[in-house]
Design a protein around this ligand. Structure first.
Ligand code: ADP
Ligand code: ADP
Length: 226
C-alpha cells in the first residue's frame, strides 16, 4: 500500500516565507504524479516535506494509512532521486548502490543480490567497478536511480532527474523511467519543467503557482483544455 494523502499541507520557512499553502492531494497506489510550475512555486519544498527532509509546518501527511509528519526519513519507505545525482565520487558504482543498504545493516549476501538485480534492470552490470567520473551523464543518472531502487521503496520522489542530460539521453531515460514504473509497481512523484515528460509519464499533473495548487488533472484533459 503506497497511497499518499496530503491534507492542508503548509510550509512556512523560518524567515516567515510561506512556500506551500494548503496543499491537498490524494495519490493512489502506483500513480505517476507530475509537479509542474514556475521556478520557486514550491515543488521541491513539497517533495522534501514528503521525503521528511523538510519539516511540515501544518497539515497531515499520510503514507498508506499512517500519519508520517514526525516519522524519520529513513523510516518512510521513500527514495528520492535528485537532479545532481549526488553520487559518492570515491566509491565504485557497486558501492554507491550498496551504501544505503550497508547503513541499514542489511546482510551482505542480500545486498549483493539486490545490487546485482538493480544493475541488471538498469543495464549497469558491466560498470559496477567504475567510479562515477568514468561514467557518462546517462550512466550516472542510472546509478542514482539504482541507488534508489535497491531499497525497494514504495514511493519514489524525483526532482528533475533528467534536466542535466542532453536531449537524446533525456528521451532514452524517459522511456526507461516509464518501464521502471511498471516494473517496480511503485508510486512516483516527479518534478519537471519538460512538458513532454509531463504528458508522456504522468497519470496526473499537478500545476502549482506561488505555493498554491492551481489545477490537478490527467495529461489528456490538461492538454485538451489548457
Ligand atoms: P521550486 O522547486 O518550485 O522551484 P522551491 O520549493 O525550491 O521551489 O522554493 C519555493 C520558495 O521557497 C521559493 O520562493 C524559495 O526561494 C523559497 N525557499 C526555499 N528554501 C527556503 C529556505 N530555506 N528559507 C526561505 N525560503 C526558502
Ligand atoms: P566490503 O568492502 O564491504 O568488505 P566487498 O568489496 O568485500 O565489501 O564485497 C562484498 C560482496 O560484494 C562480495 O560478495 C562481492 O561479490 C560483491 N561485490 C563487491 N564489489 C563488486 C563489484 N564491483 N561487482 C560485483 N560484485 C561486487
Amino acid at each position: 500500500m503506497a497511497s499518499l494523502s496530503l491534507q492542508h499541507i503548509t510550509k512556512k520557512y523560518p524567515n516567515g516565507f510561506e512556500a506551500v499553502k494548503d496543499f491537498n492531494l490524494e495519490i493512489a497506489d502506483k500513480e505517476f504524479i507530475i509537479f509542474v510550475g514556475p521556478s520557486g512555486c514550491g515543488k521541491s519544498t513539497t517533495l522534501r516535506m514528503i521525503a521528511g527532509l523538510e519539516e511540515i509546518s501544518g497539515g497531515t501527511l499520510k503514507i498508506g494509512d499512517k500519519v508520517v509528519n514526525d516519522v524519520e526519513p529513513k523510516d518512510r519507505d521513500i527514495a528520492m532521486v535528485f537532479q545532481n545525482y549526488a553520487l559518492y565520487p570515491h566509491m565504485t558504482v557497486y558501492d554507491n548502490m550498496a551504501f544505503g543498504l550497508k547503513l541499514r545493516k542489511v546482510p551482505k549476501d542480500q545486498i549483493d543480490k539486490m545490487v546485482k538485480e538493480a544493475a541488471k534492470i538498469l543495464d549497469l552490470e558491466k560498470l559496477l567497478d567504475r567510479k562515477p567520473k568514468a561514467l557518462s551523464g546517462g550512466q550516472r543518472q542510472r546509478v542514482a536511480m539504482g541507488r534508489a531502487i535497491v531499497r525497494e521503496p514504495k514511493v519514489f520522489l524525483m526532482d528533475e532527474p533528467l534536466s542535466n542530460l542532453d536531449a537524446k539521453l533525456r528521451v532514452q531515460m524517459r522511456t526507461e523511467i516509464s518501464k521502471l514504473h511498471e516494473r517496480l509497481g511503485a508510486t512516483i512523484i516527479y518534478v519537471t519543467h519538460d512538458q513532454t515528460e509531463a504528458m508522456t509519464l504522468g497519470t496526473r499533473i499537478v500545476v502549482m503557482k506561488d505555493g498554491v495548487v492551481q489545477q490537478v488533472d490527467t495529461p489528456k484533459n490538461l492538454y485538451d483544455n489548457p
